[in-house]
Write a protein that binds this ligand. Structure first.
Ligand SMILES: C[S@@+](CC[C@H](N)C(=O)[O-])C[C@H]1O[C@@H](n2cnc3c(N)ncnc32)[C@H](O)[C@@H]1O
Length: 416
């Protein structure tokens, strides 16, 4: 069961933000200082006649439920970077009231205006970490959401708080807040809450994470990097949502007409299907990975192709990397993060010194993520690329923002 649900706005989020900014410029917002944002937050209420129908419909298509025709814009302006833990009722939040609409929403006596509706919050700028306490288990559920993501939870029965992520003193947090226009979802037994919080494809994470706070902070731990994955563990990388990450790699290979490809930590070699689907089949390929199951699946799948070989073993073992053809492309997709202390030296040793390859592809998760599990510390070397830029001829970066776990990815086309 989830107590937070996350959805995707059915609209280009940059356009969504642009249109709202045009309608409601930042200087019309009013400051509001009270618990749970004692440092002050800026609001602008959107009345029924000013809420553009097509934007409302984009939210409704995203969540699959109707929303009320009023809402409010929320700009934290780097002034407030944390919303303290609280429950939204008229008596303990919004004491001074920011508008007649808020008084309606947070009215304590449901017999007057009905039950307070569930909140629908659409992120517009920066990522935020939302935590909500489950009233039964007293455990917190977490969600990170960023521009274009929508979250729904019951903010008037469940304690919750928010931290702004990613340089909160420099990048403001903004959101559009609305309310569900249905009474169906108050009951946590409703089928709606049986779905996982996240809508994006997710890997199997076996680590049990701490869910309680210590000194106001949630504990974190590194994502364990394994050398033995099952096929299923990483199946989120084989979804249509992840496809652009491997398509970009295939396009680089085709554009450079590479003929000898070594894929380090290849899993089942997802780039091969894409190369073939694009009619690019004339090359030698070696994929090496320690994970036995994906390698066995790939060996079976490609057994009739004499130019394609998969080996189960470590990139530490020179025998594993031996080929008797010229290598002109080495793929390092999601693997250099295994070597946080010497990734550049290792990359150079294999790509340049061993293979004398004129090309390489690097794929790495970016340091800030929108689809992420709170409690996990990201392993990434995407922000340590200076040595590569200085050492090699060309370093062409592509920044992807995919709807998968850790979907903000850096793909680099390196020319040595
Ligand atoms: C994050 S996955 C990335 C897989 C694939 N390159 C992709 O982009 O989908 C990292 C892979 O590296 C493999 N790996 C880890 N250590 C390895 C080693 N020493 N030698 C070869 N493969 C290794 C893991 O088994 C895993 O399949």
């Amino acid at each position: 069961m989830s107590i937070i649900r996350k959805f995707k706005l059915d609209y280009d989020w940059k356009e969504f933000v642009r249109e709202l900014d045009e309608l409601f410029p930042l200087d019309i917002y009013e400051e509001h200082i009270e618990h749970p944002n004692p440092l002050g937050i800026f609001y602008h209420n959107i009345s029924e006649e000013h809420f553009p129908q097509h934007l409302r419909e984009a939210i409704e298509r995203g969540i699959g439920y109707p929303i009320k025709k009023k809402g409010w814009m929320w700009d934290w302006r780097c002034q407030t970077t944390e919303l303290l833990e609280h429950v939204d009722t008229l008596s303990n939040a919004h004491m001074t009231g920011i508008s007649e609409w808020d008084k309606v929403v947070f009215e304590d006596d449901p017999s007057v205006f009905g039950r307070p509706p569930l909140t629908v919050n659409i992120a517009m700028e920066n990522d935020a970490h939302l935590y909500v306490m489950n009233n039964e288990t007293k455990e917190y559920e977490h969600c990170i959401y960023g521009p274009g993501d929508i979250v729904i939870f019951n903010n008037n029965t469940q304690k919750h708080g928010v931290f702004v992520l990613n340089e909160p003193d420099r990048i403001p947090r903004r959101a559009l807040n609305c309310y569900l226009d249905t009474d169906d979802l108050f009951d946590l037994d409703h089928e709606f809450w049986t779905h996982p919080t996240e809508y994006a494809p997710w890997p199997v994470i076996k680590t049990k994470l701490a869910t309680s706070k210590h000194n106001g902070k949630f504990k974190t731990q590194k994502v364990p990097l394994q050398t033995q994955y099952t096929f299923e563990d990483m199946a989120y990388l084989d979804t249509p949502e992840a496809y652009p990450m491997f398509e970009k790699q295939a396009d680089i290979i085709i554009e450079k007409q590479c003929k000898g490809i070594v894929d380090m930590g290849c899993r089942h070699g997802p780039v091969l299907d894409i190369l073939h689907s694009k009619g690019y089949t004339d090359f030698e390929y070696l994929g090496v990975d320690t994970s036995l199951e994906p390698i066995a699946i790939a060996q079976e799948k490609w057994k009739d192709y004499k130019n394609i070989e998969f080996r189960a073993g470590s990139w530490e073992n020179p025998v594993m990397l031996h080929v008797d053809w010229n290598v002109d492309q080495v793929i390092w997709s999601g693997v250099l993060l295994y070597r946080p202390d010497d990734h550049y030296e290792f990359f150079d040793k294999i790509t340049r010194q061993r293979y004398n390859s004129p090309n390489a592809i690097i794929q790495e998760p970016q340091p800030t993520q929108r689809h992420w599990k709170v409690g996990l510390e990201l392993n990434t070397i995407a922000n340590q690329m200076q040595e590569y830029k200085e050492a090699y001829k060309k370093f062409t970066e592509y920044h992807l923002d995919l709807e998968i776990f850790a979907g903000r990815r850096l793909v680099v086309d390196v020319t040595l």
